[in-house]
Design a protein. Structure first.
Length: 551
């Protein structure tokens, strides 16, 4: 129902200011950006922020944005993740320019750059183990020590590096390191690793390579080769910028991208670390990457989050230079706001008890109707439903001993059945365990669509006709983690009530073959799961409640 808009916000922020300054001075008349995910997992809501920034800003300034897969580590990377990344970007509403690019496309050029640095005496083959390398690196307050192999000749380094490439050495035997400054106050400049030996098949290059470049070596050089003008990175890469500039400057590429750092997204009660999310999947704490409780785009898509709501959320949180936690309620607000306009209304009863209208003929039924999109002024669509002698209502909508301010059904009270008549509760029956089994009411045949005269109505409740309703499974969700700052904790506490399964819900018959999202009257917004069934029953996920959660 809403108009699709994939533009980035016109709000001013420091990245936009930097781009406009560069355009005004003529430094970068044509804007080129990129989104460079590693294909070792599924994208999450934090990646959505970067996607909206890179694709949105480049579009705003009439530039280009490339998708470049950072596939420098063959362990854990595969084509499944690549295809999911591409699908997620398109689902969010963006398109990359030209064909997708891969760091592995540049393996040959990166190798040649490494040989250049060796020949200039700016890189060397090192034999220190990872533990020894850490010891030699020093600390924030103490300078590091040079590797015993730092002064090998260029010729010897070149021979050893070529032997590494040809597969003559075992994993861990050698690494190639840049020769910069072991006394630098910036730890990233203390002779970082450029290449390591990995006898692993790459999902694109097969067994062509057994040495692979590190992210720190390949990142800025691939940006330069792609002609990227503004390279947006999260804050943890701010201290890496001098290293990236060093690599570009010493291999004589024609272009040096401008790197700009921004704070990554931290969402309350949520983990946005791919490593931790992988652990959740591997341990079976969630079903898979597309579990609707997961903050992955796959999980949000399956749960029914509209992509436009995610884009608006990314716009609303803005761009900052300091880390902070964004309340999950803001994302849910954007989802709720979008669905309020676009989701058709239906009725469903999640915890049913039977309501019998004693003065309505058992053999009689009538068709009633209500607006399908009550908040959409331009829509005249209506939905029909059947009213009969025998109905289902929510168990919580009847109380034997109603507390103060209870606004629903109890013996001696009138309520209105949503879209239908008013009914008066006369009696109820219980089962052997003392639970209410049936509620008996009589109805006012003159109350359809009019305000009753002579009695008080205590509320409005939803319902479905028993003989047209059908049984489905409904899953209700709460945040996956209990702590608000879960993203900052090494072992955040899982919420044991993050998913509640209701197995015998009674739904409006129109939902049998329906797909997409709906508002279940008074209950929230729900999405039909097109790929799952449980014991032959269709599954619906609650996307978000009608009201914001209370802390």
């Amino acid at each position: 129902m809403s108009k699709r808009n994939t533009n980035c916000s016109i709000k001013s922020h420091f990245i936009r200011t930097a781009i406009e300054e560069d355009k005004a001075t003529g430094l970068t008349p044509h804007i080129v950006m990129r989104f460079p995910p590693e294909p070792n997992g599924y994208l999450h809501i934090g990646h959505a922020k970067s996607i909206c920034l890179n694709f949105g800003l480049s579009k705003n300034y009439g530039g280009k944005c490339y998708l470049r897969l950072d596939d420098t580590n063959p362990t854990g990377e595969n084509i499944t993740y690549v295809e999911a990344i591409k699908a997620n970007i398109k689902w969010l509403g963006f398109e990359w320019d030209n064909e997708p690019r891969y760091t592995s496309d540049y393996f040959g050029k990166l190798y040649a750059f490494a040989e250049q640095l060796i020949e200039k005496g700016l890189a060397f083959v090192c034999e220190l183990t990872p533990a020894q390398m850490r010891d030699y690196r020093g600390s924030l307050t103490a300078a590091g020590s040079n590797s015993p192999w730092r002064d090998r000749s260029s010729a010897e380094n070149l021979t050893l590096f070529r032997e590494m490439k040809s597969g003559q050495h075992a994993e861990g035997r050698y690494v190639l390191r840049a020769k910069i400054d072991m006394a630098s106050p910036n730890m990233n400049m203390r002779d970082p690793v450029m290449y390591r030996i990995l006898h692993q098949n790459h999902y694109r290059t097969g067994d062509e390579w057994c040495i692979y470049p590190t992210y720190d070596f390949s990142h800025s050089l691939c940006d330069a080769l792609d002609g990227v003008t503004h390279s947006l990175c999260s804050l943890e890469f701010e201290d890496h910028r001098p290293l990236y500039d060093w690599f570009v400057q010493h291999v004589h590429t024609a272009h040096n991208p401008r790197q700009i750092e921004f704070a990554r997204l931290h969402l309350s009660h949520t983990v946005l670390s791919k490593r931790k999310l992988k652990k959740l999947v591997a341990s079976g704490k969630v079903c898979d990457w597309s579990d609707p409780r997961m903050p992955t785009l796959e999980g949000m898509k399956r749960r029914g989050y509209p992509p436009v709501a995610i884009r608006r959320f990314c716009d609303a949180i803005g761009v900052a230079k300091t880390d902070s936690i964004v309340d999950l309620a803001l994302l849910e607000h954007e989802v709720r706001s979008e669905l309020n306009k676009s989701a058709p209304r239906v009725m469903a009863v999640l915890d049913p008890i039977r309501l019998v209208i004693t003065n309505y003929p058992p053999e009689q039924e009538e068709e009633l109707s209500m607006p399908k999109y009550p908040n959409e002024c331009n829509s005249n669509e209506r939905r029909s439903f059947t009213f009969t002698h025998d109905l289902y209502i929510e168990r919580s909508d009847f109380h034997r001993d109603p507390p103060a301010k209870y606004k629903r059904l109890a013996v001696g009270r009138w309520v209105r059945l949503r879209g239908g008549y008013t009914v008066h509760c006369d009696d109820y029956t219980t089962d052997d365990d003392g639970r209410v089994r049936e509620v008996h009411c009589h109805y006012d045949p003159h109350s359809l669509g009019v305000k009753p005269d002579g009695y008080k109505v205590h509320g409005v409740i939803h319902w479905v006709a028993k003989h047209t309703a059908w049984s489905a499974e409904v899953r209700l969700y709460e945040p996956l983690f209990l702590e608000e700052d879960a993203d900052f904790l090494s072992e955040p506490t899982l919420n044991p009530h993050s998913m509640r399964i209701l197995s015998d819900c009674q739904l409006d018959p129109s939902l049998k073959e329906a797909q997409g999202s709906f508002q279940f009257e008074r209950l929230g917004y729900f999405c039909a799961d097109s790929g799952l069934s449980s014991g032959g029953k269709k599954i619906f996920h609650r996307i978000v409640a009608l009201q914001a959660r209370t802390k």
